[in-house]
Design a protein around this ligand. Structure first.
Ligand SMILES: [Fe+2]
Ligand SMILES: [Fe+2]
Length: 205
């Protein structure tokens, strides 16, 4: 038996999730701006890429609230004030938030939605929780590189680096201080394996 939507806890949880995703999106845009100011363009793009995904998550939950259209849904929830200027803190705080969403908040929401008879919504919470886990890994990966001062340094002398500005490829333990093609600063370089669409040639026909 399905609980009446406008009396359900799932409806409240959807609004909490919507608020949380909108805030995550905005936090990551803010973090992207800080990274841009520090000329860490790879980190900036990574935050923007993730922010866009949070926006899509928000829309999934928003659409589920259609049966409450025109109503006000009251929620009580805590949200992080991760107002940092330090990239390391931004990456660490973002990873910690993702961990909470994946490990506690969305599994809880999924269980309640299933109990209330909303299996489709339960499965959305579960699937988005898995995406948040991939976000956590991404933030931790960059947090580790940043902490260990390895964003632009590798032990592999054959490391392939990609200029995010013009696509120039450089091989070596470090990317150049300045791209020889477009003159973009070193902060535009990322490891090729970190870039979208760069592994296309590995597809077996
Ligand atoms: Fe999300
Ligand atoms: Fe996320």
């Amino acid at each position: 038996m399905q609980t009446i939507f406008n009396e359900s806890q799932t409806r409240v949880n959807l609004m909490r999730a919507f608020a949380g995703e909108c805030q995550a999106r905005q936090r990551y845009y803010q973090a992207a701006l800080i990274a841009q100011q520090q000329k860490l363009i790879g980190i900036e793009r990574m935050f923007r890429f993730t922010a866009e995904q949070e926006e899509r998550h928000a829309m999934v939950f928003w659409k589920d609230l259609k049966d409450s259209a025109g109503m006000t849904v009251d929620i009580a929830a805590g949200y992080p004030a991760d107002v940092f200027d330090d990239i390391r803190q931004l990456l660490d705080a973002s990873a910690a938030e993702e961990e909470k969403e994946h490990g506690i908040v969305y599994p809880d929401f999924a269980r309640i939605a299933a109990d209330e008879g909303y299996s489709d919504i339960a499965s959305e919470f579960r699937m988005i929780a898995e995406i948040e886990e991939s976000h956590r890994k991404r933030f931790e990966y960059y947090g580790k590189l940043y902490r260990e001062d390895r964003l632009f340094r590798s032990d592999d002398t054959e490391q392939v680096w990609l200029c995010l500005n013009c696509g120039h490829i450089h091989k070596g333990s470090e990317p150049p201080q300045e791209c020889p093609v477009c003159r973009a600063a070193q902060g535009y370089f990322i490891r090729e394996c970190e870039a979208a669409f760069t592994s296309c040639e590995t597809l077996k026909q």
